[in-house]
Design a protein around this ligand. Structure first.
Ligand code: ADP
Ligand code: MG
Length: 246
Protein backbone atom coordinates (compact mmCIF):
# COMPACT_ATOMS: atom_id res chain seq x y z
CA UNK A 1 0.00 0.00 0.00
CA UNK A 2 1.28 3.48 -0.75
CA UNK A 3 1.89 5.59 2.28
CA UNK A 4 0.44 9.10 2.47
CA UNK A 5 3.28 11.31 3.69
CA UNK A 6 1.51 14.67 3.66
CA UNK A 7 -2.19 15.32 4.32
CA UNK A 8 -4.00 18.64 4.34
CA UNK A 9 -7.67 18.84 5.26
CA UNK A 10 -9.74 21.98 5.02
CA UNK A 11 -6.79 24.25 5.82
CA UNK A 12 -7.65 27.90 6.44
CA UNK A 13 -5.17 30.71 6.87
CA UNK A 14 -5.74 34.44 7.25
CA UNK A 15 -3.27 37.28 7.48
CA UNK A 16 -5.16 39.91 9.43
CA UNK A 17 -8.62 40.10 7.90
CA UNK A 18 -7.55 38.62 4.58
CA UNK A 19 -8.20 34.91 4.17
CA UNK A 20 -5.50 33.60 1.81
CA UNK A 21 -6.22 29.85 2.18
CA UNK A 22 -9.91 29.02 2.07
CA UNK A 23 -10.14 25.32 2.77
CA UNK A 24 -7.23 23.49 1.15
CA UNK A 25 -7.27 19.69 1.08
CA UNK A 26 -4.94 17.25 -0.66
CA UNK A 27 -2.61 14.32 -0.01
CA UNK A 28 0.92 13.61 -1.17
CA UNK A 29 1.84 9.92 -1.28
CA UNK A 30 5.30 8.49 -0.79
CA UNK A 31 7.37 8.95 -3.96
CA UNK A 32 4.93 11.27 -5.70
CA UNK A 33 5.81 14.52 -7.40
CA UNK A 34 3.02 17.05 -7.07
CA UNK A 35 2.95 20.50 -8.69
CA UNK A 36 0.97 23.50 -7.49
CA UNK A 37 0.45 26.12 -10.16
CA UNK A 38 -1.61 29.28 -10.35
CA UNK A 39 -1.48 33.05 -10.52
CA UNK A 40 0.69 35.18 -8.29
CA UNK A 41 -0.87 35.86 -4.89
CA UNK A 42 -3.16 32.83 -4.98
CA UNK A 43 -1.61 31.30 -1.83
CA UNK A 44 0.86 28.76 -3.25
CA UNK A 45 3.85 29.76 -1.11
CA UNK A 46 1.64 30.02 1.95
CA UNK A 47 0.64 26.36 1.55
CA UNK A 48 4.29 25.26 1.53
CA UNK A 49 5.07 27.48 4.51
CA UNK A 50 2.15 25.98 6.46
CA UNK A 51 3.34 22.45 5.68
CA UNK A 52 6.78 23.01 7.18
CA UNK A 53 5.46 25.00 10.12
CA UNK A 54 6.80 28.42 9.14
CA UNK A 55 3.23 29.71 9.18
CA UNK A 56 0.56 28.60 11.69
CA UNK A 57 -2.84 27.78 10.28
CA UNK A 58 -6.13 29.09 11.67
CA UNK A 59 -8.26 26.04 11.04
CA UNK A 60 -8.00 22.56 9.60
CA UNK A 61 -5.46 19.78 9.75
CA UNK A 62 -1.94 19.18 8.41
CA UNK A 63 -0.04 15.95 8.93
CA UNK A 64 3.50 15.26 7.68
CA UNK A 65 4.66 11.73 8.48
CA UNK A 66 4.00 11.33 12.20
CA UNK A 67 3.81 15.07 12.85
CA UNK A 68 0.49 16.84 13.35
CA UNK A 69 1.83 20.16 12.15
CA UNK A 70 -1.18 22.26 13.25
CA UNK A 71 -0.55 21.14 16.84
CA UNK A 72 3.20 21.87 17.01
CA UNK A 73 3.94 24.75 19.32
CA UNK A 74 7.59 24.80 20.35
CA UNK A 75 10.49 25.70 18.09
CA UNK A 76 12.10 22.41 19.07
CA UNK A 77 9.18 20.45 17.61
CA UNK A 78 9.25 22.55 14.45
CA UNK A 79 12.96 21.93 14.00
CA UNK A 80 12.26 18.18 14.27
CA UNK A 81 9.53 18.55 11.64
CA UNK A 82 11.95 20.32 9.29
CA UNK A 83 14.28 17.36 9.40
CA UNK A 84 11.68 15.33 7.52
CA UNK A 85 10.23 18.13 5.36
CA UNK A 86 12.84 20.38 3.83
CA UNK A 87 12.13 23.51 1.80
CA UNK A 88 14.10 25.09 -1.03
CA UNK A 89 13.36 28.72 -1.88
CA UNK A 90 13.69 30.98 -4.91
CA UNK A 91 16.45 32.87 -3.07
CA UNK A 92 19.00 30.22 -2.19
CA UNK A 93 20.66 32.24 0.61
CA UNK A 94 23.92 30.35 0.78
CA UNK A 95 26.51 31.58 3.26
CA UNK A 96 28.79 33.69 1.03
CA UNK A 97 31.96 33.13 3.05
CA UNK A 98 31.58 29.35 3.09
CA UNK A 99 32.43 26.97 0.26
CA UNK A 100 29.78 24.84 -1.43
CA UNK A 101 30.91 21.88 0.70
CA UNK A 102 30.79 23.88 3.94
CA UNK A 103 27.32 25.17 3.10
CA UNK A 104 26.08 21.59 2.71
CA UNK A 105 27.81 20.46 5.93
CA UNK A 106 26.60 23.24 8.16
CA UNK A 107 23.17 22.02 9.30
CA UNK A 108 24.11 18.40 10.02
CA UNK A 109 27.05 19.60 12.13
CA UNK A 110 25.41 22.51 13.95
CA UNK A 111 21.78 21.36 14.14
CA UNK A 112 22.12 17.59 14.23
CA UNK A 113 25.57 17.58 15.95
CA UNK A 114 26.76 14.80 13.67
CA UNK A 115 30.34 13.59 13.30
CA UNK A 116 32.14 15.93 10.91
CA UNK A 117 34.00 13.22 8.98
CA UNK A 118 30.76 11.42 8.11
CA UNK A 119 29.03 14.69 7.33
CA UNK A 120 31.84 15.64 4.97
CA UNK A 121 31.64 12.32 3.16
CA UNK A 122 27.89 12.65 2.77
CA UNK A 123 28.27 16.26 1.56
CA UNK A 124 30.67 15.11 -1.20
CA UNK A 125 28.10 12.49 -2.24
CA UNK A 126 25.30 15.04 -2.29
CA UNK A 127 27.26 17.53 -4.39
CA UNK A 128 27.97 14.69 -6.79
CA UNK A 129 24.27 13.83 -6.89
CA UNK A 130 23.42 17.41 -7.94
CA UNK A 131 26.24 17.20 -10.50
CA UNK A 132 28.65 19.59 -8.81
CA UNK A 133 31.72 17.38 -8.52
CA UNK A 134 34.80 19.54 -8.65
CA UNK A 135 32.96 22.59 -7.30
CA UNK A 136 33.14 21.54 -3.64
CA UNK A 137 35.70 24.18 -2.70
CA UNK A 138 34.12 27.00 -4.70
CA UNK A 139 32.47 29.93 -2.95
CA UNK A 140 28.89 30.86 -3.95
CA UNK A 141 30.05 33.96 -5.87
CA UNK A 142 32.16 31.67 -8.06
CA UNK A 143 29.12 29.64 -9.09
CA UNK A 144 26.28 30.37 -11.52
CA UNK A 145 22.75 30.86 -10.20
CA UNK A 146 21.80 27.35 -11.26
CA UNK A 147 24.86 25.91 -9.54
CA UNK A 148 24.11 27.85 -6.36
CA UNK A 149 20.55 26.59 -6.39
CA UNK A 150 21.86 23.03 -6.70
CA UNK A 151 24.10 23.62 -3.69
CA UNK A 152 20.96 24.78 -1.86
CA UNK A 153 19.20 21.56 -2.88
CA UNK A 154 22.18 19.50 -1.67
CA UNK A 155 22.08 21.47 1.59
CA UNK A 156 18.42 20.51 2.05
CA UNK A 157 19.16 16.87 1.25
CA UNK A 158 21.88 16.84 3.92
CA UNK A 159 19.13 16.65 6.55
CA UNK A 160 17.92 13.41 4.91
CA UNK A 161 14.34 14.64 4.55
CA UNK A 162 11.41 12.44 3.52
CA UNK A 163 9.66 15.24 1.66
CA UNK A 164 11.10 18.16 -0.32
CA UNK A 165 9.20 21.41 -0.89
CA UNK A 166 10.34 23.61 -3.78
CA UNK A 167 9.02 27.16 -4.03
CA UNK A 168 9.64 28.55 -7.52
CA UNK A 169 13.25 27.49 -7.27
CA UNK A 170 13.98 28.36 -10.91
CA UNK A 171 12.14 31.68 -11.03
CA UNK A 172 15.24 33.82 -10.43
CA UNK A 173 17.55 31.88 -12.74
CA UNK A 174 18.85 32.59 -16.23
CA UNK A 175 17.00 30.50 -18.80
CA UNK A 176 20.14 28.47 -19.56
CA UNK A 177 20.49 27.30 -15.97
CA UNK A 178 16.83 26.58 -15.29
CA UNK A 179 17.10 23.23 -17.01
CA UNK A 180 19.99 21.90 -14.92
CA UNK A 181 18.02 22.57 -11.73
CA UNK A 182 14.93 20.88 -13.16
CA UNK A 183 17.05 17.87 -14.15
CA UNK A 184 18.24 17.63 -10.55
CA UNK A 185 14.67 17.67 -9.24
CA UNK A 186 13.58 15.08 -11.80
CA UNK A 187 16.47 12.81 -10.81
CA UNK A 188 15.53 13.14 -7.14
CA UNK A 189 11.96 12.15 -7.88
CA UNK A 190 13.14 9.23 -10.00
CA UNK A 191 15.09 8.02 -6.97
CA UNK A 192 11.83 8.05 -5.03
CA UNK A 193 12.01 11.37 -3.22
CA UNK A 194 8.56 12.79 -2.44
CA UNK A 195 8.38 16.30 -3.92
CA UNK A 196 5.85 19.11 -3.72
CA UNK A 197 6.66 21.96 -6.09
CA UNK A 198 5.29 25.39 -6.76
CA UNK A 199 6.38 26.15 -10.28
CA UNK A 200 5.76 28.21 -13.39
CA UNK A 201 7.61 25.68 -15.54
CA UNK A 202 4.61 24.20 -17.35
CA UNK A 203 6.71 21.91 -19.54
CA UNK A 204 8.34 20.43 -16.47
CA UNK A 205 5.01 20.02 -14.66
CA UNK A 206 3.53 18.30 -17.68
CA UNK A 207 6.49 15.96 -17.99
CA UNK A 208 7.13 14.88 -14.40
CA UNK A 209 4.13 15.61 -12.17
CA UNK A 210 1.92 12.81 -10.91
CA UNK A 211 -0.73 15.40 -10.20
CA UNK A 212 -1.25 19.11 -10.72
CA UNK A 213 -3.26 21.33 -8.39
CA UNK A 214 -4.40 24.59 -9.93
CA UNK A 215 -4.91 27.33 -7.34
CA UNK A 216 -6.71 30.63 -7.57
CA UNK A 217 -7.50 33.07 -4.76
CA UNK A 218 -7.00 30.66 -1.90
CA UNK A 219 -8.77 27.61 -3.30
CA UNK A 220 -7.74 24.63 -5.42
CA UNK A 221 -9.95 24.83 -8.49
CA UNK A 222 -8.83 21.59 -10.12
CA UNK A 223 -6.61 18.63 -9.37
CA UNK A 224 -5.72 16.43 -12.31
CA UNK A 225 -3.04 14.27 -13.85
CA UNK A 226 -0.99 16.46 -16.22
CA UNK A 227 -2.32 15.04 -19.49
CA UNK A 228 -5.90 15.71 -18.45
CA UNK A 229 -5.04 19.06 -16.90
CA UNK A 230 -3.33 20.49 -19.97
CA UNK A 231 -5.54 18.92 -22.62
CA UNK A 232 -8.89 19.37 -20.94
CA UNK A 233 -8.90 22.18 -18.34
CA UNK A 234 -12.35 22.44 -16.84
CA UNK A 235 -12.50 25.75 -15.09
CA UNK A 236 -12.67 29.11 -16.89
CA UNK A 237 -9.90 30.46 -14.63
CA UNK A 238 -7.67 27.52 -15.52
CA UNK A 239 -8.22 28.06 -19.24
CA UNK A 240 -7.44 31.73 -18.88
CA UNK A 241 -4.27 31.04 -16.87
CA UNK A 242 -3.04 28.42 -19.33
CA UNK A 243 -3.70 30.70 -22.29
CA UNK A 244 -1.39 33.26 -20.68
CA UNK A 245 1.46 30.96 -19.74
CA UNK A 246 1.59 28.38 -22.54
P1 ADP B 1 1.72 32.96 -4.18
O1 ADP B 1 2.86 32.18 -3.66
O2 ADP B 1 0.66 32.13 -4.83
O3 ADP B 1 2.13 34.10 -5.07
P2 ADP B 1 1.43 33.78 -1.41
O4 ADP B 1 1.11 32.52 -0.69
O5 ADP B 1 2.81 34.27 -1.32
O6 ADP B 1 0.97 33.64 -2.94
O7 ADP B 1 0.48 34.93 -0.90
C1 ADP B 1 -0.93 34.84 -0.87
C2 ADP B 1 -1.50 36.10 -0.29
O8 ADP B 1 -1.14 36.20 1.08
C3 ADP B 1 -0.99 37.36 -0.95
O9 ADP B 1 -2.03 38.28 -1.04
C4 ADP B 1 0.08 37.85 0.02
O10 ADP B 1 0.22 39.23 -0.04
C5 ADP B 1 -0.47 37.41 1.35
N1 ADP B 1 0.58 37.13 2.35
C6 ADP B 1 1.51 36.15 2.27
N2 ADP B 1 2.31 36.13 3.36
C7 ADP B 1 1.88 37.14 4.15
C8 ADP B 1 2.28 37.64 5.43
N3 ADP B 1 3.30 37.09 6.11
N4 ADP B 1 1.60 38.71 5.93
C9 ADP B 1 0.57 39.25 5.26
N5 ADP B 1 0.14 38.82 4.06
C10 ADP B 1 0.77 37.79 3.51
MG1 MG C 1 4.89 32.35 -4.04
Amino acid sequence: MTETLVSLRDVHKSFGKVEVLKGISFDVNQGEIICIIGPSGSGKSTILRCINGLVEINDGFIRVGDFFVHQLKSDREKIRLRRIVSMVFQQYNLFPHRTALENVMMAPIHVLKQNSKEVEEHAYQLLKKVRLQGKEKNYPAELSGGQQQRVAIARSLAMKPQVMLFDEVTAALDPETVKEVLVTIRELSEEGMTCLLVTHEMGFAREVADKIHFMDRGVILESEAPVEFFSNPKHERTKEFLSQVL
